[in-house]
Design a protein around this ligand. Structure first.
Ligand code: NAD
Length: 322
């Protein structure tokens, strides 16, 4: 990677966003974060392991992408936008469809307009495997017709269409990356909408019982966050990327029960899971075909699953240190 550029990372105070910010600062880029800190937090933007002269390239704007003038301000003098800001949870979108629509669709449209008008070179969007729903066909390849099961999935699919239309109509370079169950350091283990891996790890480390919604036989293509960071950085530069929607994952499939087994081994816990009702809107299986991102981005997996899980456990051990 040779670009030294000015990036806007929306949702940069969140889990994936802050990992992107860290990688960009680390290679010497200038980074502006736009975040309303609804699910993210400012502590995620402390980077004690980076040299202060690199951290000085970080600027934080607190604001909402649902506000167009904020988006105009945030995109001034920016070369690239990595758009991570969203209300990111399926169950939260089931509970609050209007609120999540505002952030995930209206907010994305505001940002597209502002970025296009500001002369941004390329915008990369954090889409989701949720768009596939329970459509037939595994592994998921991008040609499968989306079958959203939740407002969140409808919103991500709609935003993808907006990106594509902006590319076709205005020649604005846009790329949608469909993330598949990302995990790693700084993911929130505490909210009622928290993702499964940080919840499981927290339970094992703190000696409580992990809660599984459903029978645990649902599967996911779990992806360590460094792979997603790597895919985004490739998408910024790849000549083949604009106008495309691509899966970004590991191309594997594990059930929640299998993940519990691996995490028990890594943490040394013997805690049994508690099984409860499945959650509305959740898909049963998820497994990515990553051929397109391998071809169009030259993407390959940087950190395999077990290595990523071990690093994540190590991170949370420090967080939950007694
Ligand atoms: N984590 C995953 O497994 C996963 C999978 C598929 C897609 N995604 C997508 O990746 C992106 C990042 O997800 P994450 O897991 O890091 O979640 P996160 O909640 O940690 O990050 C989202 C960030 O967006 C901010 N935000 C929310 N609404 C905003 C608004 N209206 N204006 C400005 N900022 C706002 C939040 O405060 C937060 O910092 C999201 O778009 C999410 O939908 C995540």
């Amino acid at each position: 990677m040779t670009i030294m550029a000015h990036f806007l990372v929306t949702g940069g105070g969140g889990f994936i966003g802050s990992n992107l910010v860290q990688a960009l600062l680390d290679r010497g880029d200038k980074v502006r974060v736009l975040d309303n800190f609804s699910t993210g937090n400012r502590e995620n933007l402390n980077f004690p392991h980076l040299p202060p002269e690199l951290v000085a390239n970080l600027e934080v704007l607190e604001g909402d992408i649902a506000d167009l003038s904020t988006c105009h301000k945030a995109t001034q003098s920016v070369d690239y936008v990595l758009h991570q800001a969203a209300i990111p949870s399926v169950p939260r979108s089931v509970a609050l469809p209007i609120e999540s629509n505002l952030a995930n669709i209206d907010g994305t449209l505001n940002l597209l307009v502002a970025a296009r008008d500001a002369g941004v070179k390329r915008l990369i969007f954090a889409s989701s495997s949720a768009v596939y729903g329970n459509a037939p066909g595994f592994p998921r390849e991008e040609g499968i017709t989306p079958a959203p099961l939740s407002p969140y999935a409808v919103q991500k699919m709609t935003a993808e269409h907006y990106l594509h239309v902006f590319y076709e109509l205005y020649g604005f370079e846009t790329v949608s990356l469909r993330y598949f169950n990302v995990f790693g350091p700084r993911q929130d283990p505490n909210s009622e909408y928290a993702a499964v891996i940080p919840r499981f790890i927290k339970a094992f480390i703190t000696g409580t019982h992990p809660i599984v919604y459903g029978d645990g036989e649902q599967s996911r293509d779990f992806t360590y966050v460094d792979n997603v960071v790597y895919g985004n950085l490739l998408a910024v530069e790849a000549p083949e990327a604009p106008g495309k929607t691509m899966n970004l994952a590991c191309g594997g499939q594990l059930t929640l029960n299998q993940i519990l087994g691996i995490l028990r081994r890594i943490t040394g816990s013997h805690s049994e899971a508690v099984y409860t009702d499945p959650r509305a809107g959740d898909v049963r299986h998820s497994w990515a075909d990553i051929t397109l991102s391998e071809q169009a981005l030259n993407y390959n997996i940087q950190v395999p699953l077990e290595e990523g899980l071990a690093s994540t456990v190590e991170y949370f051990r420090a967080v939950f240190k007694p």
